[in-house]
Design a protein. Structure first.
Length: 515
């Protein structure tokens, strides 16, 4: 195949002679993209499983049609190819400039709006877009070789070349900036990310219609912001189903005044309420049974027990002293240790290191062209962490945080309750979607299932010998539940939150009745 041109040929002749070569070039990334779609993971959600099937079939049909086109072009002599009208379009300066700008903008959208969204689908599609864009520009360039040579002859002085390059860079930069503003204003990337959330959210039937798509969109729009000592908190947000205050606290349905006795809840995203509306988080459900009490949800996405302890300490220092403090968790401690092979650090601690190092480099005036990829060095963390992820070590750290919380609480006359949360591993029978989630956990989080089961056994044995009266173990709460409860490896449905709240209620009532 030839990808060349001659000044003696017309654009139509050049197009006919190079058509087969460019068709084959386009076929290669199309076939690779179809293969990537075909081998992409199957979503446990039926809707997205059907979407994946549709994409595979559609892309496969396109590849087959393109193969047919390649065969047709190959079998047709160049002089008989009907390319005259197409060559006129490809040599239209106005049309080609417009198409070039459109192709550039589509690539900007793919790079900015679709960054980290459903990579199994978006990454192959982005690859195909980039390849076809390059082929498009090459195709137009070959067809318009004579015109481009003539233009270059007229403008090849130094200032002309500099002006051309500068104008191009300014144009691309302007498009990127405008696109960034558009994405910020429309939250298009968040809406796409929310729409691709594979989890089958199930909402409690209280007679109020729920727009699941709107909930997914709101969840995807949430951002975290910096918070001293405990690293981060969820940023302020107002929506139909999710509301977060300026302080970073999820709204509860507590009807008591702010100066009423407070019941404070601390934990990760399961307590915060991922997968639930404001009224059906665990603190909100319990608030309905605690008249006259001001229920505050201090839960934050991704917090481990050490962060819960620090945030509790900061509230005491701020004179926000609750009557009762409930600490709900266990999973994030296990996940953090298992994934990083270090016990006692936050989730994705390497990202915190990268952020700090990146900021240091920028402050010294050095350029930072891409995010850093720092690695944990257990030797450098020895003052705060333990260099292993053994279940015994994880449980001991969780219990050590409990002892420190009890000491703080005693000093401020706060009653405390610790809840070891439910785990998917102990639920039987599993629904079809839960089976896929568990299989994904076992392949995607090596060793996590084993650590969950071993840590739970260790904790239960300790509970028997030490007879704690302020610890509630709910790991097997859903062992006999036949309905889908787990949306993913840890987050549960609103009905699940109601069941958890009912299980915590007796221990909480006993604390409140203590003299």
């Amino acid at each position: 195949m030839e990808l060349t041109s001659s000044s003696a040929e017309t654009p139509a002749q050049i197009l006919a002679r190079n058509a087969f070569g460019f068709a084959i070039l386009a076929l290669v990334p199309m076939a690779l993209t179809w293969a990537a779609f075909f081998f992409s993971p199957v979503s446990p959600d039926p809707t997205y499983a059907r979407l994946r099937t549709g994409i595979i079939l559609g892309c496969g049909g396109l590849v087959l049609a393109w193969v047919g086109l390649c065969i047709l072009i190959f079998r047709t002599p160049p002089e008989r190819l009907p390319v005259t009208r197409l060559s006129r379009l490809l040599t239209s300066r106005t049309l080609m400039i417009g198409l070039a700008l459109l192709v550039l903008y589509l690539n900007l959208i793919a790079a900015q709006a679709l960054y980290s969204v459903a990579p199994a689908f978006i990454a192959p599609a982005r690859f195909l877009l980039v390849c076809l864009s390059i082929i498009f520009f090459a195709f137009v360039g070959v067809v318009n070789t004579a015109a481009l040579r003539a233009w270059w002859t007229r403008t090849r002085n130094t200032w002309g070349a500099v002006g051309f390059v500068t104008s191009g860079l300014l144009l691309i930069s302007s498009l990127a900036f405008a696109n960034h503003l558009l994405l910020q204003a429309t939250h298009l990337d968040d809406r796409i990310r929310g729409g691709l959330d594979y989890r089958d959210f199930a909402f409690h039937d209280d007679g109020t219609p729920v727009n699941a798509a709107q909930y997914r969109s709101e969840l995807a729009q949430l951002r975290v912001r910096w918070l001293p000592y405990s690293y981060w908190t969820v940023g302020a947000f107002q929506g139909d189903d999710i509301n977060v205050s300026a302080e970073g606290l999820r709204r509860t349905t507590s009807a008591a005044s702010a100066d009423a006795p407070t019941v404070a809840f601390f934990g990760g995203s399961t307590l915060w309420g991922e997968g639930a509306r404001d009224a059906y988080t665990i603190p909100s459900v319990l608030a309905a049974h605690l008249p006259g009490m001001n229920v505050v949800n201090y839960g934050q996405t991704g917090y481990v027990s050490t962060q819960d302890m620090i945030l509790f300490q900061m509230q005491l220092a701020q004179n926000h002293v609750p009557q009762v403090a409930v600490f709900y968790g266990g999973f994030n401690d296990l996940l953090s240790a298992t994934r990083q092979d270090v016990t006692g650090v936050s989730l994705q601690e390497e990202q915190r290191i990268s952020d700090v190092e990146g900021g240091r480099l920028l402050r010294t005036g050095l350029p930072l062209l891409r995010p850093l990829n720092a690695k944990l060095d257990p030797a450098q963390l020895s003052l705060v962490a333990t260099d292993n992820a053994a279940p015994q070590t994880i449980v001991e750290r969780w219990l050590a945080n409990q002892r420190m919380i009890r000491a703080l609480a005693a000093e401020y006359n706060v009653r405390v309750l610790f809840v070891w949360q439910p785990f998917l591993n102990f639920k039987h029978p599993l629904t079809a979607s839960e089976q896929q989630v568990l299989a994904g956990m076992q392949t995607g989080y090596a060793g996590l299932s084993e650590n969950i089961i071993a840590a739970d056994q260790i904790l239960r044995e300790r509970a028997k010998t030490e007879k704690w009266d302020d610890v509630v173990i709910l790991s097997d709460l859903f062992k006999d539940e036949s309905r889908t409860t787990f949306l993913d490896v840890i987050h549960i449905t609103e009905e699940g939150n109601i069941a958890v709240a009912n299980a915590i209620q007796p221990a909480l009532d006993a604390l409140l009745q203590k003299k």
